[in-house]
Write a protein that binds this ligand. Structure first.
Ligand SMILES: NC(=O)OP(=O)(O)O
Length: 311
């Protein structure tokens, strides 16, 4: 019997730094990603999750530019748009990679709503960076002219930030489980899921972007995955990252991960949410989380590289 893995693919899998965010470039990058994902299918059933920070922010910019002729959509609807566009691109590129290798598997992208608390403090304190990077001067102008909240993002420039509540429950979790049981490769909780709140017995979309690593940990718990795999731009989690005394970590216990988080070793815009997601999944399930670069995924699954977080 195969193990079940939730695989969270990071921004680099879709948009590379400095590269124009065209559909053509995104397809090219996702074709490479598909190659690495297919390599794990002999041993694992996979549910793929993905981010949407750059893409949903780009849609907001497009809609802002066209707002005099076409009314902009609320952010939850734009989250759904990114689930559709990226779900399509992942399904197409992964399907082509499977066909190349004569592997017959169905792929389905599930539009995924995730319940959040309407009183989540994240609504009052926008923190999730979306869309393009700007200079400090451009960011100040955008704040003045459009009221956008702008923040410096991990030394890379300034970006718009939007509310990012904690994900609590995945509405489609049973459908996702059923598809997995039927041997379908599922793409779910894209862009961290579409945030919805419960109100008077109904669900209602809310304007926010959920962190995809948090959503991935929740999904992995709810579908009882054996492992949570977070693919990112580095082979191993590091302490003292980019300093002369940088140290790569092969293994972290939950206690060590918490200690390093408290020391501020993992910045909130990059490794922080990944390590928090790992702690959440491992603490709740007693299972393991692997953080690595997709280019070395094969080696990492054999235990030869990557960082494993265990209880
Ligand atoms: N939703 C989300 O976390 O997207 P990114 O990972 O692309 O920032």
């Amino acid at each position: 019997m195969k193990k079940l893995a939730v695989v969270a693919i990071g921004g680099n899998a879709v948009n590379r730094p400095g590269e124009e965010a065209t559909a053509e470039n995104m397809m090219k990058n996702l074709s490479e990603t598909a190659h690495f994902l297919v390599s794990m299918l002999d041993e694992y059933d996979i549910v793929i999750t993905h981010g949407n920070g750059p893409q949903v922010g780009n849609i907001l910019v497009q809609q802002d530019l066209a707002k005099h002729v076409i009314p902009p959509f609320p952010l939850d609807v734009n989250d759904a748009q990114t689930q559709g566009s990226l779900g399509y691109m992942i399904a197409l590129t992964l399907g082509n990679e499977l066909r190349k290798k004569n592997i017959e598997r169905q792929i389905a992208a599930v539009v995924t709503q995730i319940v959040v608390d309407k009183n989540d403090p994240g609504f009052q304190k926008p923190s999730k960076p979306v869309g393009p990077f700007y200079s400090k001067e451009e960011a100040e102008k955008l704040h003045q002219e459009k009221g956008w909240i702008m923040k410096e993002d991990a030394g890379r420039g300034w970006r718009r930030v939007v509310p990012s509540p904690i994900p609590l429950d995945i509405v489609e979790k049973d459908v996702i489980k059923t598809l997995v049981e039927k041997d379908v490769i599922v793409i779910a909780a894209g862009g961290g899921g579409i945030p919805v709140i419960q109100e008077n017995g109904a669900l209602k979309g809310v304007e926010a972007v959920i962190d995809k690593d948090r959503a991935s940990a929740l999904l992995a718990k709810e579908i009882e995955a054996d492992i949570l795999i977070i693919l990112t731009g580095v082979e191993k989690v590091c302490v003292n990252f980019k300093k002369p005394d940088q140290r790569e970590l092969d293994h972290l216990t939950v206690e060590e991960a918490k200690k390093y988080l408290d020391e501020g070793q993992f910045p909130s815009g990059s490794m922080g949410p990944k390590v928090e997601a790992a702690i959440d999944f491992v603490t709740s399930t007693g299972r393991e989380c692997l953080i690595t670069d997709m280019a070395v995924l094969d080696k990492a699954l054999k235990g030869l590289t990557g960082t494993r977080i265990t209880k």
